[in-house]
Structures are given as C-alpha cells and as structure tokens.
Design a protein around this ligand. Structure first.
Ligand code: CP
Length: 310
C-alpha cells in the first residue's frame, strides 16, 4: 500500500491496519528527518494549511504547525476565541471564508462530535480531525500507538490499559480502535461512573482495581480527568480519585514488573500521576510529544498526495 484510502483523516474507525502501518512507515522516515541538523523537507511546498481551532490546545496545535513547517507548507492559524465566530458566524461560513483564501487543507479541533465529518461533506479541501468533542482524536491515537511500536517493535499481543476518564475521552475511543486494529489487547480502568456502558461492545474489558490493571498490562495510557466536560460529579473529590486511581511510585514499585507509562497531556500532576512517575524512566510522555510531530508530518504528507480528489 502506498497511499491512504481517503483524502480526509476523520477518525481511526475508518482506517485499516495496512493504512496504520503505512502511516507508521512514513512517520519513521520523518522521525529521521526531524532529528537531522536540517529538519525541513520540501514535500508540501505550495500547499497552504489552516489550523482551525474552536477549542483550546497546546500540543496538538503546535505539533501540527511544526509538522506543516517542517514539510515547507504555508501555514495560517485560526482560534475561535479571537475570531468573528464570536459575532455569530457559522462553522461552514467561517471555513468557506478561509478556503476562499486558497487554502488546501484544514486541520480542525471542535467541541461538537462529528463537526469534521459535516465539513467533509460540504467542502473540497482535505480535512484532518484534531479532536471532535468526546468522539475521536485520531492523530493522538496514531502518535500513542506509534510510540508503543517504537518502544516494543510491534503491538501484536501487547496488553494496554487505558486509565481514568474514559467516558469523556476522544483519546480513549481512538486509541481503542487503533490498538485493536494493530493486534493489542485493551482494558480500561477507572471509577465505574467514568466507564461508558457500551465499552464491552467494543471488545474491551473493564478492571476497576488499578493495582490489578497495572499487574496485567505492558503499557498504561493514563488519561486526564476532564472536569470541563463533567456536568455532574462522577466521583466525590480529586483527592479521592487520586487515592484510588492515581499512579504513584509506591504503587508502581509494588507491582513487581516494569511497565510503560503514557499520558496524552495535559497532565493534572498529583491527580492522575505523581511527578515521580510522570518524570521517571518508566514514562515515555515526552517521546509521545516528539513522535507526534513525525506522525502528523506523515498524515499531512499522505493526505496531500490525495489532493484535488472528490
Ligand atoms: N493531547 C492533546 O490533545 O493535548 P492538547 O489539548 O494540548 O492539544
């Protein structure tokens, strides 16, 4: 396989294992590029990309912008908080105005699940989903699974536990799809109130005891508690959450085996992870961030090869 099946990246659900492996191979090449003294290639010269963010972001927005610049694309950035969206402009009008400036690709984060799918039906440019509400965050799952692949050489048979706020997490859903397509076994662990009822329909098992979950896994991908999406109280307090589900060094030392700790960021230090775990040799959190640039370069490069298609 030498190209992706779609001109958009809307989610992991629609990708095949072969497409995930193509993205990994391409990201491997770009990882070499970004570790060279000259980190730039001309692959996307004359391609214009708009990063359209209707929700806050540090990692994803900066990582896309850097990936685009490393590929020599022209880049513009849009943030809804300082835009005419505040004056009542619709999503479609906003994006059509950006496209009228001869933009070829749109990277979009939006709080509404399905917003990038809606856009893909109405505009010609390539759309990359940079996170749509509680639905999917495909490039986060790609960089997470690529980071596991770089550490272990393969995901086949690997045991991955996703810990924490599964209910509100687009990272969890995209990770579940990607991990399973790549042959990994997936469990989730967290308070029962933060585990969706449909989770077993996805072929994912549930472990409520964090120590048992850590004893089972090779990798723990620990998620942020998304207080901004929680309209009701799902657990009594952050202190109690960290007591039952926070990962600290004493807990890690007690499981009698080495596991890898991941977190998509931003971390609530002292809630999901203590600093002595987040900053330890077990953690590959900053490798995830580095790999994010290479993975996003791969996605942009592969989708640019499908430009001008309907
Ligand atoms: N992991 C992630 O999506 O981080 P940001 O919200 O900072 O982009």
């Amino acid at each position: 396989m030498s190209q992706l099946n779609s001109k958009h990246l809307l989610g992991i659900k629609g990708l095949s294992r072969a497409e995930l492996e193509l993205i990994f191979q391409t990201a491997d090449n770009f990882k070499d590029v970004i570790n060279r003294p000259i980190k730039k290639v001309p692959s996307l010269r004359d391609v214009t990309i708009a990063n359209v963010f209707f929700e806050n972001s540090t990692r994803t927005r900066l990582s896309f912008e850097l990936a685009e610049k490393r590929l020599s694309a022209d880049v513009i950035n849009f943030s809804s908080s300082s835009s005419s969206v505040k004056k009542g402009e619709s999503l479609l009008d906003t994006v059509n105005n950006i496209l009228a400036m001869k933009v070829d690709m749109i990277v979009m984060r939006h709080s509404s699940p399905g917003a990038p799918h809606f856009l893909a039906k109405h505009i010609d440019a390539n759309i990359i989903n940079a996170g749509d509400g509680t639905h999917e965050h495909p490039t986060q799952a790609l960089l997470d699974t690529f980071s596991i692949y770089k550490k272990y050489g393969s995901l086949d048979g690997k045991k991955i536990v996703i810990v924490g706020d599964i209910l509100h997490s687009r990272v969890a859903l995209s990770n579940i799809f990607a991990l399973q397509k790549l042959g990994a076994e997936v469990k989730v662990c967290g308070p029962i109130t933060l585990i969706p009822r449909y989770i077993s329909d996805l072929g994912v098992s549930v472990e409520l005891d964090i120590k048992k979950a850590l004893e089972w896994c090779d990798v723990a991908n620990v998620l942020r508690i998304q207080l901004e999406r929680q309209q009701i109280k799902y657990f009594p307090s952050l202190r109690e959450y960290s007591l039952y589900y926070g990962i600290n060094k004493v807990l890690l030392d007690s499981i009698g085996k080495e596991i890898t700790i991941m977190h998509p960021g931003p971390i609530n230090r002292g809630v999901e992870l203590t600093s002595d775990v987040a900053d330890s040799d077990h953690s590959i959190i900053l490798d995830q961030v580095e790999n994010g640039v290479a993975v996003r370069m791969a996605v942009l490069y592969l989708l640019a090869g499908r430009q001008n298609e309907n």
